[in-house]
Ligand binder design. Sequence first.
Ligand code: PMP
Ligand code: GLN
Length: 380
Amino acid sequence: MQSKLPKVGTTIFTRMSRLAEEHKAINLAQGFPEFDCSPELQGLVDKYIRAGKNQYAPMAGVMALREAISQKVCTATSYEYHPESEITITSGATEALYVAISTVVHPGDEVIVFEPAYDSYVPAIELNGGVPVFVTLDPQYEEIDWENVKSKISPKTRAIIVNTPHNPTGNVWKSSDLKQLATLAEEYDLTVISDEVYEHIVFDGREHISTASIPSLAARTFLCGSFGKTFHTTGWKLGYCLAPKELTAEFRKIHQFLVFSVVTPFQFAVAEYLSEPAHYLTLSAFYERKRDIFLDAINDIGFGIKPTEGSFFQNVSYANLSDEKDLSLAERMTIEAGVASIPVSSFYDRPTDFKTLRFCFAKHDDTLLRAADALRKVAW
Ligand code: PMP
Ligand code: GLN
C-alpha cells in the first residue's frame, strides 16, 4: 500500500517512553504528570458514572461543560464564545487541532508553522494535501522576527498555527506578538489555529495572552485547549475548540464523523470542577516551584539553560559538554544514566541538531532530584 505519511514513524514520545521502560530509566521524556489528579475530581467522575451519565454526549459536548468554558474564557478575556454555536468538546487538543486543520486546509494550501513544532501539526496538514511552510526558530530563541514570518506568506497561504506557552521551548508570547499575529492574519486573511494547552502554566509573573483576548483575532481563530495539562488528566483526552459560529459549523461537520462525541461522565465532572477557579489558577505556582527545583539541581552540570517561561518542559543545551547528536545522546543517557529526555531535533522538519534536550519536570520533587543526580554521572 502506498503510505499517506511516508516520512512518519512512531512518535518520539512513544519511542523514548518505551526505551525508558525497557531500561527502568526515570522518564522525563514524554510530557505527562507523575502525580494523580485531585480526589475531588475523581469523586465527581464517580458521581456522574453512578448517576447514569454513560450514554453518548451531545455531538458538540455536554452543555454544562460548554457553559463553564464560556464563562471561564469570558472572565479571563472578556470575549464571549456562545456555548451553543461556538464551543465544541473534543477528544483532547489533538482532535481539536486535527479537525481545525482539516476544516481549513484544502489541497495545495500553505500553512505557516513555527518550528520546533509539536508533532501532530505537520501530519495533519499533509493528510489534507496542504504544504507546511516553516518559520525556523532556535530552541532557546528570544524574539520572533515578524518580518521573517511575513516573508513566508504567499498567495497560497491559508492558515498559521501558533502555540503559546510553547512546546518544546517553553516560550510564552508577549502581548506584542499577539498584536503582530492579529495584524498579519487580518492583512493576509489567514485563519489562525492556536494551541493553548499550557495556558495555565506560566512563570515569573508572566500572563498567558490568549488569542481570545483580541476580538479581531478571535474572529478568525480556532482556539484549541485541553484539560489534560490543567487537571493532571492527560489520559482522559478531554479538550475543546473555540471558534466563531461559521468556523464552528464547518468544524463540527468533521468532528461529528471523526468521533461524534466524547466521554460523557468526564465532561460533567470537569464542568462542575471548573466552577472553582483555584483549581486551575494555582497551577503556575505549583509548576514554577518544580522548574526551580529542577534548575537548581542541574545547575552545576554545565548545561546552557534559559529558564523556561511556561509549560512543564525545560530545554537544556549540552553544546559545551559534548558533540554527540541529540538523538544518540538521549538514547545513551536513557540506557547508561537512567534518565530519558526528548532530543529537540525531533521537533524540526529537516535534520537539525542544536545539541538540546527537552526534560519534562511534571514529576515528584524526589524524581527530579534523582534525575539530576543521575545526569551528573553522564560520561560526556
Ligand atoms: N499541543 C501541545 C503543544 C501538546 O504538548 C499536547 C500534548 N501533550 C497536545 C497539543 C495534545 O493535547 P491532548 O493530550 O489534550 O490531545
Ligand atoms: N505532548 C506530550 C509531549 O510533548 C506527548 C503527547 C504524546 O505522547 N502524544 O511530550
